[in-house]
Write a new protein. Structure first.
Lengths: 360, 365, 310
């Protein structure tokens, strides 16, 4: 009886799917989101949820978005995605790297549902699409600002895990700080967590104590900025505008803006033109934006940063343009050569000049 | 004034009634909570308790998921229950689970891509040994140095988590994974994969192991001399010593069993539903299993029921989350309330409520 | 890089700050366990204290009112545990775990309206010329008020347990509740009061995190501090002075490894992250193995339910 029941359900699902856009127009398109953390984290998940809300507002009653937060990676996420699919979702966004295997396994069972995976790399089925943001472009800009603004020539970097995304950020920030300030040094501390306010605060304090007067972070809480505000160091917000937590020292922030992408993809789904892709957008597509510059940044530095943003936006400048060597001195990019996406996505080496080793 | 009077022997009737009563009370209290949050309480309760089992839309998928979710919980809880009965507090099952998974994954990746029937059994052994070894640390420290096992086993959970992160980003990382963290997908490696034995039932080897553990625990506790020693040590430590129970040996065996079961659960998870080693592979099963063990009154059959009930609240909770936009936190509160009610009502199994009027002489002093 | 790059004075000053939340929670739990009760719900109480303190401080604009609210919330949540375990005779381990689950969830719900809010500031205390003293200045005379509260609590609890009648009764209850009952001590009442005190301390520790250390409210922000506090109680062998040592040791290693990284020392970082936990275990083993006579064992009745016969 169970087997027949399952067949009946899947037949019904297939039948619905084959009706195409006509059926969809009659009832709202259901779009599900899975979050790794809470929308209130003011960081990674917050940014996704803000974009979800913006997309919902844009489409009004044509689309019905919903989400589940705090979903652990692994079998729980697979179950949630499957249940969303069974409840009639036509599109599912999974907003964390670790959901990859689960998403692909689910996609195999629901070939007519569109699956979008943020910051992943697995595409085992034609209905799985990948999307990511070129945060390294943002790091290039803040690296430039940091290089100009530091007086002690030491920049502190609170890094989470030694994965390519984080290493890319360090390299990009360092490269551009160094370009405007040949004496600059980066001090990297690995905290092995994405979110631990107490530890992040302690890391910021340690870096400041070691002489860093600017702190960058690839962790999610506002704790480092609060420490900066207290100790008079400068800092940058992560994933969202964190000015309110450190009004005097928050120079700017890299803001994750997924809204244009979400609206575009949901529209394609509504129009029936959605196909899987592998998209890595950045400043040019407005996916990487910046919080307003703090007035204490001198006008010429602001102009320099703005110019760089424009250059990246038009494609005139790519943050990883040679000549760049690896940390051990071997050449990586020749003069004028631009890094290819594959190497960047798998980046597991420091560039020349960065001191210290990547753990693991 | 209400007084509690111990029953001569636990009441069977209340033993069966209290869980049902607790669930009912939770439904009411939970309903009030959801109403305060602005959600339809009846729909929420239905989504949590009824739909995963009987819904047309979800049931055929959710029912097997119950076994998938409950399996590791039951397996770990059985191992823990043996120790808890003896008064040996293994709080570090989460760490033993992780280390077991790491060892099993290491074995699988060592053999990759060779196909052999030996791989899977070796992984099971590796998982059990890994968990056993991790539990031996608090065990030996306790027997040799009298170090409290709660502290050591708990702190070792954190160590295991860091080890997991190091493995996922370093020594177990997938060489074909373009530098991304995470091991190779073990579930896609046929010799190592822990697949469903009967399609759409959720029964994989982990579930089989859970049943085996239940049987083992039952037989051991009820029929084997070791089980007698365990129960004696828990209830009357002095008498146990006189009866010749060697405390050190008991510690080693109980912690060892708990670790081995937890390690095996980790192995079945990593080769099955979790698919691979990732930085966030562990999902708190080691701690949830402690709850399951106690809710099941440290009895194997009770553990099965408690595990299934808790799994139901997880799966139903997820349904409620996206069908009604209920935040995950509300489901956590709901589960906490269920536990509170279960624990609170449990008193009725062992104690009778008596009305003691002032002035009346009480029967015993 | 040279070892001189790490300033020991700064290290000590900052480890005190890092250790204070877990010290506060550990001190409270120490009293609870001394009375013979094992409350594993510390994490849930801490985070409820964090959110309640934060919410109250933001709403009233006064951080001290926030602290008071956190103390109240901690005691209230502990009361639930007290009723379950002391009146209804429920198993202590399971009740504590249920409390943690409940507290984590409830705090997230309560905190939803306060995400992104900024709490009123608490300034570090300064003691005039004392603060400018070379070594002891930054360490002892320039900390925020709760650091001093935690130190006072260590001394106060030590003195109370050792020298007052109340302390002796509590210890007797913890060692052997049946004998204590036979002596006429009100076992249940003592334990309930101890549990409430423990809850109040844990709540305060949580508020320290959300109002001073971070300060911000985010779901799950205690990230396991309550569990560390529990471990510390055992490490401290149920003695307040040792709790101070343990908390500072743990906090110190955490701060030290971050400083070592920041100073550029080449050490395998992923294993460094484990070091606070491993070193705590090693120190405990060393201390346990040295002990011959002095009792390191837990209070005799720890974890066992008490029911007065008759």
């Amino acid at each position: 009886m169970k087997r027949r029941h399952l067949l009946a359900t899947s037949a019904a699902a297939l039948g619905l799917a084959s009706l195409g856009t006509v059926a969809r127009a009659q009832s709202p398109l259901k779009v599900g989101f899975i979050y790794i953390g809470p929308p209130g984290d003011f960081g990674w998940t917050y940014a996704h949820d803000q974009s979800r809300l913006a997309a919902q507002a844009h489409f009004g009653s044509a689309v019905e978005t919903f989400y589940v937060d705090n979903v652990p990676e692994g079998p729980d996420s697979e179950r949630v995605m499957t249940q969303m699919a069974l409840s009639g979702a036509s599109m599912i966004f999974a907003t964390s790297f670790g959901y990859g295997p689960a998403m692909n396994a689910t996609a195999a069972r629901f070939p007519d549902i569109a699956f979008e995976h943020a910051t992943g790399y697995l595409q085992e089925h034609p209905n799985v699409s990948l999307y990511n943001a070129r945060f390294y472009e943002g790091r290039a800009v803040i690296g430039t600002i940091a290089g100009r603004m530091t007086t002690s020539n030491k920049v502190g970097y609170i890094a989470s895990f030694p994965i390519p995304e984080v290493i890319m950020g360090i390299n990009s920030a360092y490269l551009h700080a160094k370009k405007v300030n040949p004496n600059v040094e980066f001090s990297v501390v690995w905290v092995y967590t994405w979110f631990d306010p107490a530890q992040e605060a302690a890391a910021a304090e340690a870096l400041i104590e070691q002489g860093c007067d600017i702190i960058m972070q690839h962790t999610d809480s506002t704790a480092p900025l609060t420490v900066c505000q207290q100790r008079g160091a400068l800092g940058f917000g992560q994933a969202s505008d964190m000015t309110q937590f450190a009004p005097d020292v928050h120079l700017t922030a890299i803001i994750d803006n997924w809204t244009p992408y979400y609206i575009k993809r949901i529209q394609e789904r509504l129009d029936g033109t959605w196909t899987a892709g592998n998209v890595w957008n950045g400043i040019a597509e407005d996916e990487v934006t910046f919080a307003p510059f703090n007035p204490r940044i001198p006008a010429e530095v602001q102009a320099e940063a703005t110019a760089m943003i424009e250059a990246i936006r038009t494609g005139a400048y790519h943050p990883f343009t040679g000549p760049i060597n690896r940390q051990d001195g071997t050449p990586w990019l020749a003069e004028g050569e631009v890094a290819d996406d594959g190497t960047l996505l798998g980046m597991n080496f420091y560039i020349e000049g960065v001191t210290g080793e990547i753990p693991g | 004034m209400l007084r509690l009077e111990k029953r001569p022997s636990p009441s069977q009737a209340w033993n069966y009634a209290t869980p049902v009563l607790a669930v009912l009370l939770t439904m009411i209290a939970g309903g009030i909570l959801f109403a305060i949050l602005g959600k339809n309480p009846f729909e929420a309760i239905r989504l949590i308790f009824w739909d995963p089992l009987f819904s047309e839309q979800f049931g055929s998928y959710s029912r097997p998921q119950l076994l998938i979710k409950a399996g590791p919980l039951i397996l770990i809880a059985c191992g823990l229950a043996i120790g808890f009965r003896a008064g040996i507090w293994n709080i570090g099952a989460e760490g033993q689970y992780i280390v077991g998974a790491l060892c099993a994954a290491a074995v699988a990746l060592w053999f990759f891509p060779a196909e052999s029937v030996l791989v899977f059994p070796l992984m099971i052994v590796a998982g059990a040994l890994g968990g056993w070894a991790w539990a031996m640390i608090p065990a030996i420290l306790k027997t040799r140095f009298n170090t409290n096992e709660i502290l050591v086993s708990l702190l070792l959970v954190y160590v295991a988590e860091k080890l997991l992160a190091a493995a996922a980003t370093g020594f177990l990382r997938n060489p074909d994974g373009a530098g991304f963290p995470g091991s190779r997908n073990i579930n896609q490696y046929p010799s190592a994969a822990n697949l469903e034995l009967i399609p759409n039932t959720g029964l994989h080897w982990g579930g089989v192991a859970a049943f085996a553990a239940v049987l083992f625990t039952y037989v051991m506790l009820q029929r084997h001399i070791l089980g007698f020693h365990v129960r004696l040590a828990g209830q009357a430590p002095r008498a146990a010593r006189f009866a010749g129970v060697a405390p050190a040996r008991l510690v080693l065996i109980c912690l060892g069993l708990g670790g081995a079961f937890a390690g095996m659960a980790g192995m079945f998870e990593v080769a099955g539903p979790a698919r691979l080693i990732s930085i966030d592979f562990n999902a708190g099963y080691g701690f949830t299993a402690i709850i399951v063990a106690f809710l099941g009154r440290l009895h194997p059959v009770g553990i099965v029921l408690a595990g299934l009930l808790l799994a139901l609240t997880y799966i139903g909770g997820e349904l409620a989350q996206f069908m009604l936009s209920i935040p995950a936190a509300a489901i956590q509160v709901f589960q906490g309330m269920l536990l509170f009610f279960l624990l609170a009502l449990d008193v009725l199994s062992n104690y009778r409520i008596r009305l003691a009027l002032p002035g009346r002489t009480s029967e015993a002093k | 890089m040279d070892i001189g790059a790490i300033n020991p004075v700064f290290l000590i000053a900052s480890l005190m700050v890092a250790a204070t939340p877990i010290l506060l929670a550990a001190l409270g739990e120490l009293v609870v366990e001394k009375a013979g009760v094992l409350n594993l719900g510390v994490e849930g109480i801490m985070i409820m204290g964090a959110v309640t303190g934060f919410a109250a401080a933001v709403t009233t604009g006064n951080a001290w009112l926030g602290m008071l609210a956190a103390i109240g919330a901690g005691a209230l949540l502990a009361l639930v545990f007290a009723v379950l375990t002391q009146v209804l005779m429920a198993n202590q381990v399971a009740s504590g775990l249920a409390l943690t689950l409940f507290g984590l969830g409830l705090s997230a719900l309560v905190g939803q309206g306060f995400v992104g809010a900024t709490p009123p500031r608490t300034e570090k205390l300064t003691f005039g010329p004392l603060t400018d003293l070379p070594v002891v200045g930054p360490i002892l005379f320039n900390q925020d008020p709760l650091v001093y509260v935690s130190l006072a609590l260590v001394a106060g609890i030590w003195w109370w347990l050792k020298s007052t009648r109340g302390g002796r009764i509590l210890r007797a209850v913890g060692e052997n509740h049946d004998s204590a009952h036979a002596l006429g001590y009100k076992v249940r009442r003592v334990r309930i009061l101890a549990i409430l005190f423990g809850g109040a301390c844990a709540g305060l520790g949580g508020a320290y995190l959300s109002l001073i250390r971070v300060p911000q409210w985010t779901e799950g922000m205690t990230t396991g501090a309550g569990w560390i506090a529990l471990a510390l109680v055992v490490f401290a062998a149920w003695r307040p002075g040792r709790a101070l040592l343990g908390a500072y040791l743990f906090g110190g290693i955490m701060v030290l490894q971050l400083n070592l990284q920041a100073a550029g020392f080449r050490i395998p970082v992923e294993y460094l992250a484990m070091s606070p936990y491993i070193i705590t275990i090693l120190v405990l083993v060393l201390m346990s193995s040295n002990r011959g006579r002095t009792s390191l064992s837990a209070p005799g009745s720890l974890g066992r339910s008490f029911h007065a016969a008759g």
